[in-house]
Structures are given as structure tokens and as C-alpha cells.
Design a protein around this ligand. Structure first.
Ligand SMILES: CC(C)(COP(=O)(O)OP(=O)(O)OC[C@H]1O[C@@H](n2cnc3c(N)ncnc32)[C@H](O)[C@@H]1OP(=O)(O)O)[C@@H](O)C(=O)NCCC(=O)NCCS
Length: 178
């Protein structure tokens, strides 16, 4: 059994973290279009995005980002990425990061894509109230792996209109191509 550690401080992710994020992406999403530093810089430059990082002893050990969609409320949100340094996984950091993103979403509906074989991430998302609402074939361009679309309907009253997003160019979902 893995010992739980004290909560790790979560704070803003900044352009100074982009290289470290790209390094972690290379470890975490090897073979699935890991984002380069430039992709993180673009994400961080968007006013609609919210990125956070987990640090321990001054080192970035986790990162996560979410995007607010649309121009008018009620807003919907999309988790763009989340990752924890393999050496620090299983200690509650991923849950802390996701909790921070959901706090930003403030009860709005949140979507994400996750590889269908990513049991750890799917288990985390389910435990935070996400349910599977779609399947996207070959969503991950390099590996050709399929993705589930998962959705979390928050506490805020929201009227769902139409079907969940599918088809067309994939949005920059969790771990997917930008
Ligand atoms: C998914 C990820 C972010 C989880 O981060 P983490 O810090 O290890 O997760 P936590 O320790 O906070 O665990 C939270 C929950 O995730 C699930 N989980 C974590 N690791 C797991 C594993 N190896 N197997 C099954 N479930 C697991 C559990 O539900 C766990 O809750 P529990 O501890 O109460 O059982 C991490 O595994 C990761 O970086 N994976 C590679 C990148 C990735 O796949 N990102 C998601 C792309 S969509």
C-alpha cells in the first residue's frame, strides 16, 4: 500500500514551467503526441485557460489545465491535460490537481477525453463524478488509440442541449494532439 503524503501545494503554472511540463509529457505520453514547451506556452497565453502546477521541494511534479468554452454563461469546460511525475504518482496529487480544475469550473459541465486503456485516469475521473458519454475512435493520432469522452455535470443548474461533441477535428483533449 502506498503511503499518502501531506497535500502538495498547488499554484499557478507559468511560462517558466513550460520546459519541465514538456519533459514530463515526454515521460507520460510517450508515443501519443506529447506536447512540446511551445504548446504549453500557447495554452498558458489563452485567457480562457486555467493551468495549475503541484510542486514539492521547488520542483514541478504535476500539472493540469482546463479551458472555458463559449462566450456567454452558462459556460462549459474541457480538461486539456493532467499529469503527475511517475515518481510521485499514487499520492493524491492527481486528485488535488483535478479538484483545482473543477473549482475553476465552478459547477459548470466539464468534458474530457481519455484513452480507453488508461485505467488510472478513468478511475480518478469516475471518482470525481465523471461518466462516460461517448467513444472517439482513433482519437490519438500517433498511436491510433480510442478515447472515451467523459462528462461531469456539476452542481450548477444546466440544461444539456443536443449530443455530446463527436466527429470533426478533435479538440485538444486530455493528452491528445493540439
Ligand atoms: C492519471 C494521473 C494524473 C493520476 O495521478 P495520481 O497523482 O497518480 O493520482 P492520485 O494518487 O491522486 O489517485 C487518485 C485516484 O486515481 C486512481 N488511480 C491512481 N492511480 C491508479 C492506478 N495505478 N490504478 C488504478 N487507479 C488509479 C484511483 O481512483 C485514485 O484514487 P484512490 O487513491 O482513492 O484509489 C497519473 O496516473 C498520470 O499522470 N498518468 C499519466 C498521464 C495521464 O494519463 N493523464 C491523463 C490523461 S487523460
Amino acid at each position: 500500500m502506498i503511503a499518502r503524503l501531506e497535500p502538495v501545494p498547488i499554484g499557478a503554472l507559468t511560462p517558466a514551467d513550460a520546459e519541465r511540463c514538456a519533459q514530463l509529457e515526454g515521460q507520460l505520453f510517450d508515443g501519443d503526441d506529447p506536447w512540446p514547451a511551445a504548446a504549453f506556452n500557447r495554452e498558458l497565453a489563452s485567457a480562457h485557460n486555467h493551468y495549475v502546477g503541484a510542486r514539492t521541494d521547488g520542483m514541478l511534479v504535476g500539472y493540469a489545465g482546463i479551458s472555458r468554452l463559449g462566450r456567454k454563461p452558462p459556460f462549459e469546460y474541457e480538461v486539456h491535460t493532467i499529469g503527475v511525475d511517475p515518481a510521485y504518482q499514487g499520492r493524491g496529487i492527481g486528485r488535488q490537481l483535478l479538484d483545482e480544475l473543477l473549482h475553476f469550473a465552478d459547477g459548470g459541465v466539464v468534458y474530457l477525453e481519455v484513452r480507453t486503456d488508461n485505467e488510472a485516469a478513468i478511475s480518478l475521473y469516475r471518482s470525481m463524478g465523471f461518466t462516460q458519454v461517448g467513444l472517439r475512435r482513433r482519437y490519438y493520432r500517433v498511436s491510433g488509440a480510442d478515447a472515451y469522452t467523459m462528462r461531469r455535470v456539476g452542481a450548477r443548474p444546466h440544461k444539456w442541449v443536443g449530443a455530446p461533441p463527436s466527429g470533426g477535428a478533435p479538440p485538444p483533449g486530455c493528452g491528445g494532439a493540439l
